[in-house]
Design a protein around this ligand. Structure first.
Ligand code: SF4
Length: 377
């Protein structure tokens, strides 16, 4: 089983915190889709033995693609790669694009999951982040999707911004948990490099995220999820039981995935490859039929570190036997840290898995760093 990620690198506006690869000039959209199909064709032989159980159209803003063009594009992708009969087909949508007609067209073209980038239900906060949509559009889009008959709806929210009160965060969470949506991705606002937000903070014009506020709002997230009966299965991901995101889970469990489009990453079980993060260069490669990807063979220490980093964030935790397979003696070598984190109340060791407690989830990065192999030299 494998996953397919397709990166659509166009957005209507630049959200001030975002460091993904995208352009706000949408003129090249149809050429880009042609280019991505050429890349799919070039990869078809290499991936012919794989069955894809998920497709994720991300970006950027894939909901900008006109519905008839999207339908033809997906047909063409399906004709080049093998998909499982009951695959998960996700499209990322922004609220300002969602209409009843578009939702029906997405369903008809085989999309069965929408990830809706709401981010906030507050008008003031949306403007502050330079989002393209209004709070009213967030509400309307969510209702339209839930009425559309689409199988699964994820909502993206951001917490920990200086404009978000604990009360407003609690209300937003309750709104999502009781809306009929079945999945929530909740991210703390971060200062990413080369973003307008970072620049504004450096210039003293905007406040940086406050760590205490973020920690408090993460506690609210955990409490509200538990009260609603949702499963907090990964630090930033929660769902109704039975609605875990299949595509993202493939990343966390290190299954192979193919990434198409500029900046997209692929992993074949041994090597990670990534495309140029530049629309013009990507299209030149497509025209010439010469795909030049950066790549890195994942050696054992890197695989171990990635296992630790991803599994520590999951509710299942890090299965020590899996770490032992990559590095015999892992548990003995890290015995001091494993004990110390349990004594501090940050983790438990149960059934051979080292799992973070609610308190420990605040320190996931520090715990992972302590268990990772440090390069010598
Ligand atoms: S819509 Fe998404 S990808 Fe585009 S700028 Fe905003 S956060 Fe980034």
């Amino acid at each position: 089983m494998a996953g397919l990620y397709i990166h659509i690198p166009f957005c209507r506006k630049a959200c001030f915190y975002c460091n993904f690869h995208f352009s706000v000039n949408q003129q090249g959209l149809s050429d880009m889709l042609e280019g991505i199909l050429l890349e799919a064709e070039a990869e078809a032989d290499v991936w012919s033995a794989q069955e894809f159980s998920s497709l994720y159209l991300g970006g950027g803003t894939p909901s900008l693609i006109p519905p008839d063009v999207l339908s033809q594009f997906l047909d063409a992708i399906r004709s080049r790669l093998n998909f499982a009969a009951q695959g998960e087909f996700t499209l990322e949508a922004n609220p300002d694009d969602v209409t009843k007609e578009l939702a029906s067209a997405w369903l008809a073209s085989g999309i069965n999951r929408i990830s809706l980038g709401i981010q906030s239900f507050s008008e003031e906060e949306l403007r502050w982040m330079n989002r393209a949509h209004t709070a009213e559009q967030s509400e309307a889009a969510l209702n339209t999707l839930l009425d559309s008959g689409i199988h699964s709806v994820n909502v993206d929210l951001i917490y920990g911004s200086p404009l978000l009160s604990d009360r407003a965060w609690t209300d937003s969470l309750r709104r999502v948990f009781h809306s009929g949506a079945d999945h929530l991705s909740a991210y703390a606002l971060t200062l990413e490099t080369e973003t307008p937000y970072k620049k504004l903070v450096q210039q003293g014009k905007y406040p940086a995220p406050d760590e205490d506020l973020q920690a408090r709002q993460f506690d609210i997230l955990m409490a509200e999820a538990a009260a609603a009966g949702w499963e907090h299965y990964e630090i930033s991901n929660l769902c109704k039981p039975g609605f875990r995101a299949r595509h993202n889970s493939a990343y966390w469990y290190h299954l192979p995935y193919l990434g198409l489009g500029p900046s997209a990453h692929s992993y074949d079980g041994r090597r990670r490859m990534w495309n140029v993060a530049d629309n013009k260069l990507y299209m030149e490669q497509a025209r010439q039929g010469v795909w030049s990807r950066m790549d890195e063979v994942l050696d054992l220490p890197t695989r171990l570190n990635e296992l630790v980093m991803t599994r520590i964030r999951l509710a299942e935790g890090l299965v020590l036997e899996e770490a032992e397979q990559l590095q015999p003696g892992f548990s003995a070598r890290h015995n001091t840290e494993l004990q110390a984190f349990q004594q501090r109340g940050w983790a438990v060791l149960e059934g051979g898995a080292f799992r973070l407690t609610a308190q420990g989830r605040h320190f996931a990065d520090a715990v992972a760093a302590a268990l990772m192999q440090v390069e010598e030299g």
